[in-house]
Write a protein that binds this ligand. Structure first.
Ligand code: T5A
Length: 216
């Protein structure tokens, strides 16, 4: 038995940080052991890579370097934290994961899907999240929200067309994998966003509860 792997995704300012805290609370209230982490980052080395990636001063980073750094941080994260945690039957809740690479480096930077898929196969070897919340809203709304909260990082400094390509890539993934990726309309008021999340989470927690009682 391994823990469940849950991820949150979305364009800039979609509300991931806000919603992550809610999902964390709900899972812990259900008595489940949970590890909360993020990408890029989640380990000492990963957080150093994150600093390079988000630093607005690093404007000379090549798209290829950006892609490889995302997977370098992810390789470390998987081996140091994610895989051992899941193997210990603890759930993992991760703020962004490989879908973000397809959306940002694939959609945003327009790197070929096949190139990303090669790296995914090498680094992940088939591991996928069990459930992904895709917080969806128009790119300009997300950027406006993110801008009100803090000064822009290297990704938030990109233009609307870049953000729209990211949104569209995310929606493509959701259309291809509807069982795993649940679209949450995060343009709504926060309480409605959390209600949509609860609906999805309730289904998962009920199944887990029934399975646990069956095996007793
Ligand atoms: N990246 C990451 C890649 O390019 N490739 C990859 O493979 C990976 C893993 C990481 C960056 O790295 C890129 C993507 C990112 O640019 P990040 O910190 O994960 O950075 O991503 P950000 O999108 O920058 O996260 P943010 O913290 O900026 O945005 P959130 O978490 O989506 O938004 P949040 O919760 O902080 O909310 C933003 C503001 O909106 C308000 C909040 O109060 C806050 O002020 N808000 C709402 N307002 C009204 N109605 C609602 N429903 C609201 N929900 C939130």
């Amino acid at each position: 038995m391994t823990g469940k792997f849950i991820t949150l995704e979305g364009v800039e300012g979609a509300g991931k940080t806000t919603c992550l805290k809610h999902v964390e609370k709900r899972i812990k209230e259900a008595g489940i052991d949970l590890c909360v982490t993020r990408e890029p980052g989640g380990t000492g080395i990963g957080e150093k890579i994150r600093e390079i990636l988000l630093d607005r001063g690093n404007f000379e980073i090549l798209d290829e370097t950006e892609l490889l750094l995302m997977f370098a941080a992810r390789a470390q994260h998987l081996n140091e934290l994610i895989r051992p945690t899941l193997a210990a039957d603890t759930w993992v809740l991760c703020d962004r994961f490989t879908d973000a690479t397809y959306a940002y480096q694939g959609g945003g930077r327009e790197i070929a899907h096949e190139r990303i898929a090669e790296l995914e196969q090498w680094v992940l070897q088939g591991l996928k999240p069990d459930l992904t919340f895709l917080l969806d809203l128009p790119a300009e709304v997300g950027l406006e929200r993110a801008g009100q909260r803090s000064s822009p990082d290297r990704f938030e400094s990109e233009n609307i067309a870049f953000m729209e390509r990211i949104r569209s890539s995310y929606l493509d993934i959701a259309r291809q994998e509807p069982d795993r990726v649940k679209i949450i309309d995060s343009s709504q008021a926060l309480e409605n966003v959390l209600l949509q999340i609860d609906e999805v989470l309730d289904d998962l927690l009920i199944v887990m509860y029934l399975q646990a009682n069956e095996s007793d």
